[in-house]
Write a protein that binds this ligand. Structure first.
Ligand code: AN7
Length: 405
């Protein structure tokens, strides 16, 4: 029932077996991707199973006989947001709310595949560097699988909720005086040296799980949306979602493709900088900075895949400021009742910008991926909303406060 697959280099095309533990091409150093044989599956058949990542198992390359490690990820709501659409200046806007995943972010879609792979390869330990959500997710899946988990985080720059998850799920948490890019370099070297299975998104198996977001959007909406907006950090997610839409088309399930819209934070926007210049030269941002700590990444490993997704889809790209991110986060929460973390709001802030510029038509339909839950970053909320007012417990004081001025 699972598809046949192989690993292929996106640079030179060299092929590798499914069970080779490699994270980049040994020939040319480029990124690797998993290629599957397009399955003969129909949406009607797959839809008989509960919605979630494993509904689409015909598209998920898992080794024969593998024990699937799952927390029932995916199957997240697709909310129609009429008031938010009005605010953003577009006819139809949906939020795909990835905060509703088991650990509160889209990372769970990838980790169910990635940790299943780790298990079937016989690995005892897994590792990642993270701005927070990857570590929260990996530590939970490693716990479920009974694997040792090491996570390396940029010191002082990981939101409290995410740190709490990694600690409580029993990961060995290490912080480094440096940013995410430094942490990633360190964990890649460590994994290779110690034979620990690396589960950052340069591991192509993770993206195989994350591509199911595209399948669910088609399933829930009943068609392919015109645009799909997504925040970009290490750029695994936009690449995975584009792969999903492309595979549904290749399998004959859909005919259309969306235009992908990649949004970065102003202070961490190497991919958008490159696309703007059109020189084809990628330059990392040395000291990335943004309120959206999840996407505070200056040297995203998957940038070639993100550029390919945006170009192939004739898509869009832009940056948003921290003020625009926080404004969007507040509006999503006030008018729609959906609580998202700052990075997630970048996709919605990006839509408002693109409609104002006329890049997204007023009559368009757009799906925004909101990647993580509000509860991930309570400290940011206090910073932007303030603390509640404290009063003595008496009626006079409370009525004065509520009804004065
Ligand atoms: C909420 O956890 O990179 O472009 O180490 O947590 O696929 O990297 C998180 C990324 C968007 C960006 N929104 O996704 C990590 C990490 C949220 C995120 C992104 C992240 P990618």
């Amino acid at each position: 029932m699972f598809p046949k697959s192989l690993i292929r280099c996106m640079g030179c095309g060299r092929e590798y077996g499914n069970n080779e533990i490699i994270y980049k091409c040994q020939n040319c150093g480029s990124l690797l991707e998993v290629i599957i044989e397009p399955p003969k599956a129909t949406l009607a058949e797959m839809s008989k199973r509960p919605i979630g990542v494993w509904r689409y198992r015909e598209f998920l390359p898992v080794d024969e006989g593998a024990e699937v490690v799952s927390l029932q990820e995916g199957g997240t709501p697709l909310y129609r947001c009429e008031k938010l659409a009005k605010w953003a200046g577009v006819r139809s806007l949906y939020i795909k709310f990835e905060g509703a995943n088991p650990t509160g972010s889209f990372k769970d879609r990838g980790m169910t595949l990635g940790v299943t792979k780790a298990k079937s390869l016989g690995s005892r330990a897994v590792a990642c560097a993270s701005t927070g959500n990857t570590s929260a997710s990996l530590s939970a899946y490693a716990a479920r699988a009974g694997l040792t988990c090491y996570v390396i985080l940029p010191a002082g720059k990981v939101a409290m909720g995410k740190l709490a998850q990694a600690l409580m799920h029993g990961a060995k948490v290490i912080t480094v005086k440096g940013n995410f890019d430094d942490a990633l370099k360190l964990v890649v070297d460590l994994s290779i040296k110690m034979g620990i299975y690396l589960l950052n998104s340069i591991n192509p198996w993770r993206l195989e799980g994350q591509k199911t977001l595209a399948f669910e959007v088609v399933d829930q909406l009943g068609h392919v949306p015109e645009f799909l907006a997504v925040p970009m950090g290490n750029c695994g997610n936009i690449s995975a979602i584009w792969k999903g839409f492309s595979e549904f088309k290749a399998a004959g399930i859909t005919k259309a493709l969306p235009q992908m819209y990649g949004v970065q934070a102003e202070g961490a926007s190497p991919v958008v900088n490159m696309l703007r210049k059109e020189t084809g030269v990628f330059e990392p941002v040395m000291n990335p900075e943004t309120v959206a700590t999840a996407i505070r990444i200056g040297n995203p490993v998957n940038w070639p895949k993100a550029v390919r997704a945006i170009k192939e889809s004739k898509g869009l790209f832009d940056t948003v400021s921290d003020d625009e991110i926080v404004e969007a986060q507040k509006v999503i929460a006030y008018v729609e009742g959906i609580g998202v973390e700052p990075a997630s709001a970048a996709s919605v802030a990006g839509v408002k910008k693109a409609t104002a510029k006329g890049q997204v038509g007023k009559e368009s339909e757009i799906v925004c991926v909101c990647t993580g839950h509000l509860l991930k970053d309570p400290e940011e909320v206090i910073k932007v909303c303030g603390r509640p007012i404290e009063i003595p417990p008496d009626l006079k004081a409370v009525s004065e406060l509520l009804f004065s001025s």
